[in-house]
Design a protein around this ligand. Structure first.
Ligand SMILES: NC(=O)c1ccc[n+]([C@@H]2O[C@H](COP(=O)([O-])OP(=O)(O)OC[C@H]3O[C@@H](n4cnc5c(N)ncnc54)[C@H](OP(=O)(O)O)[C@@H]3O)[C@@H](O)[C@H]2O)c1
Length: 324
């Protein structure tokens, strides 16, 4: 049984030297808990934010995981059940029903989708589009970090909701092509290819109605420039700032007043009531193959840190996951 610990705080871009693999004594579930062997681990941008202060040093990193119950001392779980928990980067975990959730397998839906489009990642996109933006059929939508977990889920969900033109931004031509060829974006911008505002204005000559912001900074600035009067922004994340490279607040923030824009931030953790609705909405589309849970899979617990660092560098298409 092994865990991954953060041993020092990163200064800027994190490196693998900040992490240690630690062997632990075998775990036995106490009354009220079950022993789980992890099958899938999630690596997420918010973990980088937590490494500045929130994550404890020399302790397992918190994180979302799917695991199979090996033995149980709680009536809620039996051996063989698959559960979702937040026990983090480790091969095995002790989970209690109040801190975890039974996953009901559905024919035709891969288990990993519960960390992707059916998990917190897809729910973030759904909350942003449905609850915050209230996206309407025919509207023009812009999504940043479009090739990532939230970004790919956002395009697939937006199209099911009847969106008009859906524009995404990403950091390479290869990923931009994939967004249009496979994910359902109408246009994809490579933000490394010159002015974002000019590229976005060219992609949406009549302006954009709504923006799901995963990046902040220059992306938020470009969106403010190109949004129509009374446009809406759902601020989901600011991944361009997590390694301290940039400021999340753009210089043209005051244009929000002139254009009478609405900007609203949200946390998926305070919108979990929408999860059953998301699962009911997406499951038939996943079963019939109309929608996929886009993912990049890295095999092996020993590659978890590499997967996390690669995700921060943008090497993932869809949700970055580790398969144990
Ligand atoms: N509010 C909430 O409750 C909530 C919940 C979940 C996620 N989020 C946020 O949603 C965003 C996406 O999360 P995710 O889990 O789906 O991650 P993700 O998009 O799968 O992975 C991160 C992506 O960010 C892009 N990126 C990295 N540095 C960048 C930079 N300097 N400028 C522009 N893009 C950059 C990379 O793609 P490129 O190759 O395209 O650069 C990378 O693939 C994050 O900001 C995250 O914090 C918020």
């Amino acid at each position: 049984m092994r865990q991954i610990h953060l041993t020092a705080r990163p200064d800027g871009v994190p490196t693998s030297e900040l992490f240690a693999f630690v062997d632990t004594p075998d775990l036995t579930p106490p009354p009220g808990a079950a022993l789980v062997e992890n099958l899938w681990l999630s690596v997420d941008p918010y973990m980088r934010e937590m490494m500045d202060a929130g994550s404890e040093l020399n302790a397992p990193l918190e994180g979302r995981a799917l695991g199979r119950v090996l033995s149980s001392h709680t009536p809620e779980y039996t051996a063989g059940d698959v559960v979702f928990h937040r026990g983090g980067w480790r091969t095995h975990a002790l989970v209690r029903p109040q801190d975890s959730r039974l996953i009901e397998p559905v024919d035709g839906v891969p288990l990993s989708a519960h960390l992707g489009i059916l998990g917190g990642t897809g729910l973030s996109a759904y909350v942003g589009l449905r609850r915050v933006l209230d996206l309407q059929p025919g509207e023009t939508l812009f999504v940043s970090a479009a090739a990532g977990g939230v970004g790919t889920a956002a395009a697939r969900i937006a199209k099911l909701l009847g969106a008009g033109r859906v524009i995404g931004s990403t950091g390479s031509g290869r990923k931009a092509k994939h967004l249009v060829d496979t994910v359902g974006y109408d246009v994809a911008i490579n933000y490394r290819n010159g002015s974002l505002t000019e590229q976005l204005a060219a992609a949406a000559p009549d302006g954009i109605d709504a923006y799901l912001d995963n990046v902040g900074g220059d992306h938020l600035s470009a969106a403010i420039d190109v949004l129509k009067q009374n446009g809406r922004i759902a601020w989901c994340g600011a991944v361009s700032t997590y390694n301290h490279q940039a400021s999340a607040a753009p210089g043209n923030l005051f244009d929000i007043v002139e254009k009478e824009l609405r900007l609203e931030g949200f946390l998926v953790s305070n919108n979990l009531d929408l999860r059953p609705e998301l699962i009911d909405f997406l499951t038939p589309h996943l079963q019939f193959g109309a929608v996929q849970s886009d993912q990049t899979v890295v095999d092996g617990f020993e590659h978890t840190v590499e997967a996390f660092l690669a995700m921060l560098r943008g090497e993932n298409l869809g949700k970055m996951l580790v398969r144990l």
